[in-house]
Ligand binder design. Structure first.
Ligand SMILES: [Zn+2]
Length: 252
């Protein structure tokens, strides 16, 4: 057994003093419990930058002691969390509203003026408005503007890609969907979601190529994907982009 003893004594000291935080629930609060490897004597409590409650204790502290420490401090914790949330809201408001357009997130820059005007620029979309306080009105105007852009961009991309692929549908309808980007009907009508205007140009092209290829393959068979890849070799990247970002863009 001498060998085993030697093995034990070889253990680095750090392993007995865990640095890994533990998540515990006390009085309905989720608390990150950090056992300090340093020789601190008392328990300490804070709400960190992420709004997480953190309790730091000496390494040998038991859960019961943490509970005894937390329970009388619940009101303080609630106040700290409320303050944190208020700060986050303020930060969010300072950051302002943003808008996705052709794959870029543009900051909405509201300016008070006599005429109503929307003007996109690099990283920013200028909105001149008479009523800067009326958020609903502003949202409606921005949505209308996006739909107008979609009404100009989508038909012209469809035409270009029809020429490129030699596939022509019976027409185009721009629709508003919350769960799909486009579709191809049996009669050859291509339907595209106006919200595509929020996505990068190459993603728009992928969706259009996808729908056009359904004109010759009315399924998602390997032959269909071979057809897609011929005109859109990077389609997997664009499909992945939609998977990762699409839900946010399609829901609003
Ligand atoms: Zn499809």
């Amino acid at each position: 057994m001498a060998g085993l003893k030697a093995l034990w004594s070889c253990r680095p000291r750090k392993q007995t003093l865990s640095r890994e935080p533990e998540l515990v629930s006390i009085a309905g609060l989720n608390i990150k419990w950090l056992k300090s490897p340093r020789r601190i004597r008392s328990l300490a409590l804070k709400v960190d930058k992420q709004g997480q409650i953190v309790v730091m204790t000496p390494a040998a502290t038991r859960l019961r002691e943490v509970e005894r420490f937390i329970i009388p401090r619940q009101a303080w914790i609630s106040r700290q969390i409320a303050q944190h949330q208020q700060l986050e809201t303020q930060k969010q408001q300072a950051k302002g509203q943003s808008l996705w357009f052709m794959g870029e997130q543009l900051t909405v820059d509201k300016l008070i003026g006599a005429k109503n005007l929307i003007e996109p620029g690099p990283g920013l979309i200028k909105v001149i408005t008479r009523q800067p306080q009326d958020k609903n009105q502003l949202d409606r105007r921005l949505t209308r503007w996006l739909r107008e852009q979609a009404g100009a961009v989508l038909p012209s991309r469809l035409e270009k890609l029809s020429q490129k692929t030699g596939l022509t549908g019976s027409g185009l309808q721009i629709k508003s969907y919350t769960a799909r980007w486009g579709s191809c009907r049996h009669d050859g009508l291509i339907q595209l979601n106006w919200k595509l205007i929020k996505t990068p140009p190459e993603v728009i092209d992928y969706v259009i190529v996808h729908e056009l290829c359904h004109l010759s393959h009315f399924n998602h068979s390997p032959a269909f994907w071979e057809h897609v890849i011929r005109y859109c070799p990077e389609f997997k990247t664009h499909r992945k982009w939609l998977k990762e970002n699409g839900r946010l863009l399609i829901s609003a």
